[in-house]
Ligand binder design. Structure first.
Ligand SMILES: *[C@@H]1O[C@H](CO)[C@@H](O)[C@H](O)[C@H]1NC(C)=O
Ligand SMILES: *[C@@H]1O[C@H](CO)[C@@H](O)[C@H](O)[C@H]1NC(C)=O
Ligand SMILES: *[C@@H]1O[C@H](CO)[C@@H](O)[C@H](O)[C@H]1NC(C)=O
Ligand SMILES: *[C@@H]1O[C@H](CO)[C@@H](O)[C@H](O)[C@H]1NC(C)=O
Length: 966
């Protein structure tokens, strides 16, 4: 509104008086500032904006803003020069400035000293008329030496020197007098205390060459020119009319600090640094900076201090606050990537009250304070800030044309180590600044790093423990089927498992079978002992036990009591097999198996086999499977973005869904900021699975780690189950900060688990989960700053994170089915039982065929060499097994009695066999010991009767006391 008024006013004036462009703030010198006073002139408003004490407002020396109107409406002000506090008095009440003006109606040039009272804003004018001209001046520049004793002025034709104290022109001369040998058009100048540098276009009178940019060093005391040099050799002819009248393209700028001179030639994107050497200037550096986004480099120049220069250029990128930007450089290193910082930047912004201005005048005072004039005649006042402060924009409370910046403590994660104009710079890794102002040393304090997880990255606010925010995913590798998926094999393997591990042994069927076998063996030994020993009183029990075992014999179908003994082992083994089978059955599906298998050595044993593969989404699905797909497709995703170690607050964050083109829709978000650990967490619901969403974070902040989480709720419909989604991915880079525009591409893949049921006729169970992964996220781009300049870190108004989603055209299909189902197990168990019985039978058969004959043979050999002290009478039948008859009669020598004829014990009831006995040891027949076998059906035990003829001719009948039938 205000500005449109200015424009309208300007247009009206321009029409009425086209020679004087009252709207153009760029011509002449419309802003002059020193540490005490700043004055800007607006020909459109016929007003001087006077700011007393512009840079630091204290209670002692308060800042005062005065509007001083032009005395007459036909004044046109060309240039201003501030003088400062009037030398008359020390109470800092009166402030002075000078202006060079023209009475438009009469084309009369004058110079005027104005004294403004701080308390009343009243102004006194002291006007000195120079001369009348026949046409308006294009250049009427004035300047004041650094001691504020004289005002020096250049018109198109003359130079003059006015003493401020007396308001007298003490010297005046024409340009030809000053520069007799050259034609020279001054365009800009800079003043030191005793000398000045005038830059303009000129050529040597004698040579009559083309105009070129020249610098002339003049002595202010005697107002003589020391030297004039061509600064840049032009490659083309310059059109004189462009130089004679005001044409912004041909403007040049000059700044002086001590002996250093800086000249900006924006037409050539060039700056020249010179150094005064007695009576001439020596070129130190000539820098030409060109880049696609940078034009008019050198439009305005200034010295911040002896080392640092400020150069204004038009910059089309990275700045939303203004069209021109000030680049600050070290004077020895000037290139498109080497600025130390820029103004404006994201800490030192320019409010939109200034309409993205161009800067038309830049003044940096001797104390390093900055004043700017914009193309709309608005003034920006930026005081230099102390250590750990940066001068930041102050929102004006009312309509104003002077906008102030004020030193503000560095924001979290930054520090500033020197007095100056720039923004605070980020804390280096290993240091942090929680955002507390400190005026001593640096405000980035060292991280204690007492914890190995201490995460103290670039631009840190706090010492963060990254372990409190880790990445995680629900997805684990789908199990692989065991080596054996055949129940027979599993059963056999586990039944005959031998492992020295105690816990395994204790449940090993083989172990318990061995124990049962050992028990059976000990029973057998006991039985043998009872039989071999002469404990006839136990024979009764022995027979009973034998009968019992005979009945339990599974191997020989009740034929042998030893078989009954072996059956104990069989029962143990088979019971284990049944227990195993029953327990194994329950270990399905894997999702419901939580405890380790305590019935087998391998505690991971499960009754499931797995198959996994990829399948195309495009292939039509069954109704049941389709339900699973629908559930997955309709799952609502919540995204949580956690910015770690960041200064971004909830107010500065918004989320949008990017639509077609540049259209977008804002999304509702919930945001939480945890101040103590500097985490800002934003949660929002994704509109649909293919949305592209964008987080917009405004402000001069960073983050050095970002965790992004994707969550969705679970849902179950019939036998179809959608798993809750919970996925988090952490991105961190300790030596980098979040890029100004980063992307996180999510790739989603469906995982469908198909679980076949235990019973064949029951429905299949489906469960689904989204597998999310992030591939190729680019969140940190230190390379960008390395390539294009570290200063860019501080230039972005907006930090964005774009999150995109894409789904794979296939899905992962996992199939789980039981190794064995109930009915099969019953059958398998039966088979195993019969197998075990067969095995035992087989081992009996083996024993009978191979072991027994060997034992027998060995026994026979043993018998042959038996100790003499033992008398054994044995007999052997050739047929139908063996019959040994041992007669141990102490008084009788050992006698072996061989049957004299063959006999079949089963064939005949009672037999009586003559046998020839002989003494074993001597192998001599003892004819005097005739013996006879007696075998009766009732006793089933043959008896041997021998008669001793030598001693008792009557024939003592001797009955063996201990004969055994095997
Ligand atoms: C000097 O100061 C006195 C009062 O302090 C004032 O009357 C006088 O006008 C001042 N002179 C100038 C030139 O400002
Ligand atoms: C310039 O100087 C001359 C004499 O050197 C004098 O006559 C003339 O008045 C002066 N001009 C002004 C504007 O003071
Ligand atoms: C100063 O200028 C003189 C000649 O004018 C030259 O010889 C000398 O080297 C210069 N000194 C420097 C420091 O440039
Ligand atoms: C997703 O966000 C919505 C709205 O904020 C909330 O009601 C829902 O519980 C969230 N779901 C999950 C899984 O966090």
């Amino acid at each position: 509104m205000w500005i449109s008024f200015v424009l309208l006013f300007g247009l009206v004036l321009r029409r009425s008086n086209c020679e004087y462009d009252r709207n153009n703030a760029a011509t002449g010198i419309k802003l002059s500032t020193n540490n005490e006073l700043s004055v800007s002139a607006s020909n459109a408003f016929l007003n001087f904006g006077v700011v007393i004490n512009p840079f630091n407002s204290s209670t002692k020396d308060v800042r005062k803003h005065c509007n001083v109107g032009y005395v007459s409406t036909d004044y046109f002000v060309h240039s201003i020069g501030v003088i400062g506090a009037a030398s008359n008095g020390t109470n800092r009440e009166m402030f002075m400035f000078a202006f060079a003006g023209e009475i438009t109606t009469k084309s009369t040039l004058f110079i005027c000293l104005v004294t403004v009272s701080r308390s009343t804003c009243n102004a006194q004018h002291q006007m000195t008329v120079l001369h009348s001209a026949d046409k308006p001046q294009n250049y009427f520049l004035i300047g004041i030496d650094s001691h504020a004793t004289f005002v020096y002025g250049f018109t198109s034709t003359m130079v003059f020197k006015l003493e401020i104290a007396t308001n007298q022109i003490v010297q005046n001369l024409t340009l030809e007098t000053l520069w007799p040998s050259i034609i020279f058009l001054p365009h800009a100048f800079g003043f030191s205390d005793q000398w000045a540098v005038v830059v303009g276009y000129g050529f040597n009178r004698s040579e009559k060459k083309n105009y070129a940019i020249m610098e002339c060093l003049i002595d202010l005391i005697s107002l003589i020119s020391y030297s004039c040099e061509t600064l840049i050799v032009e490659s083309t002819y310059l059109v004189p009319s462009n130089l004679l009248s005001y044409n912004e393209l041909y403007e040049v700028s000059v700044a002086i600090r001590h002996e250093n001179v800086l000249v900006g030639i924006h037409r050539l994107n060039t700056i020249v640094i010179l150094k005064k050497n007695q009576t001439s200037l020596t070129k130190i550096h000539v820098y030409t900076v060109t880049s696609s986004s940078l034009t008019s480099f050198g439009r305005l120049v200034g010295w911040v201090d002896e080392q640092t220069i400020a150069v204004v250029a038009y910059h089309s990128l990275y700045s939303s606050w203004s069209q021109s930007q000030i680049f600050f450089y070290d004077k020895n290193s000037v290139s498109s990537t080497s600025p130390l910082y820029t103004f404006p930047n994201n800490q030192q912004t320019i409010g939109n009250q200034l309409f993205q201005p161009h800067f038309v005048r830049l003044v940096i005072t001797s104390n390093g304070n900055l004043a700017l004039l914009t193309d709309y005649s608005l003034v920006i006042i930026v005081p230099a800030s102390p250590i750990n402060y940066a001068s930041m924009w102050v929102e004006p409370s009312a309509t104003a044309f002077v906008f102030y910046y004020s030193p503000t403590p560095c924001i979290g994660g930054t520090f500033s180590h020197e007095f100056g104009l720039g923004p605070c710079t980020i804390c280096l890794p290993g240091t942090r600044n929680p955002g507390i102002a400190r005026s001593d040393g640096t405000s980035c304090i060292s991280c204690s790093r007492n914890n190995s997880n201490s995460y103290c990255p670039l631009a840190a606010l706090v010492e963060f423990d990254l372990n409190t925010m880790t990445s995680y995913s629900q997805v684990t590798a789908y199990p692989v089927s065991a080596d054996t998926t055949n129940f027979d094999d599993i059963l056999l393997e586990n039944m005959f498992e031998t492992d020295s591990n105690f816990s395994c042994m204790i449940i090993s069927p083989f172990f318990w079978t061995l124990i049962a076998g050992a028990f059976a063996f000990s029973v057998w030994i006991m039985m043998a002992v009872i039989k071999l020993g002469k404990w006839q009183q136990y024979n009764r029990y022995r027979t009973r036990v034998k009968t019992i075992f005979m009945h339990t014999d599974l191997i020989r179908e009740g034929q042998r009591w030893v078989g009954g003994l072996a059956t104990i082992a069989i029962i143990v083994l088979v019971s284990f097999a049944y227990w195993f089978s029953a327990s194994f059955l329950k270990r399905y599906p894997i999702e419901e198996v939580s405890e380790p298998a305590n019935f087998a050595c391998d505690s991971t044993l499960i009754n499931a086999k797995f198959a996994t593969g990829l399948d195309l989404l495009a292939i039509p699905q069954s109704i049941d499977a389709q339900r699973m797909f629908n559930l997955l497709d309709n799952q609502i995703f919540n995204i949580t973005v956690e910015l770690i170690n960041t200064g971004f607050t909830c107010d500065s964050i918004s989320v949008q869904e990017n639509l077609i083109g540049t259209q977008y829709a804002n999304l509702i978000l919930s945001c939480e900021r945890s101040k103590w650990n500097a985490v800002t967490s934003v949660t929002f619901t994704l509109p649909d699975h293919y949305s592209s969403v964008q987080l917009n974070m405004t402000g001069p902040h960073w983050a050095s780690a970002v965790r992004i989480c994707l969550r969705g709720e679970s849902q179950t419909i019939m036998n179809t189950m959608l798993h809750a989604l919970d996925f988090c991915q952490l991105f961190s880079a300790p030596n980098q900060t979040l890029a100004h525009a980063s992307t996180i591409p999510f790739i989603m893949t469906k995982i469908i688990n198909i679980t076949k049921s235990m019973e064949k006729n029951r429905p299949i169970t489906y469960s689904g989960l989204w597998l999310s992964s992030v591939h190729g996220a680019s969140l940190f781009n230190e390379a960008f700053y390395t390539e294009f300049g570290n200063y860019l870190r501080y230039t972005f108004a907006l930090t964005t994170i774009r999150i995109t989603f894409d789904e794979r055209s296939f899905y992962i299909k996992n199939i789980q089915e039981p190794i064995v189902r109930t009915r099969q197990t019953v059958f398998q168990a039966l088979l195993f039982t019969s197998l075990v019985i067969e095995l035992f039978g087989f081992s009996f058969l083996l024993a009978k065929l191979f072991v027994l004959p060997i034992i027998r043979r060995m026994l026979a050999i043993c018998h042959k060499y038996r100790d003499r002290a033992q008398h054994t009478l044995s007999s052997q039948s050739a047929n139908m097994g063996s019959i040994y008859i041992n007669l141990e009669v102490e008084r009788w020598p050992a006698v072996e009695c061989l049957p004299s004829n063959q006999f079949q014990p089963n064939d005949i009831d009672d037999i009586e066999i003559d046998c020839i006995s002989h003494e074993l040891r001597r192998h001599i027949y003892l004819p005097n010991y005739p013996c006879k076998y007696l075998w009766t059906r009732q006793t089933a035990e043959p008896r041997l009767i021998c008669l001793e003829k030598s001693k008792d001719e009557s024939g003592d009948r001797l009955e063996n006391s201990n004969s055994q039938l095997h």
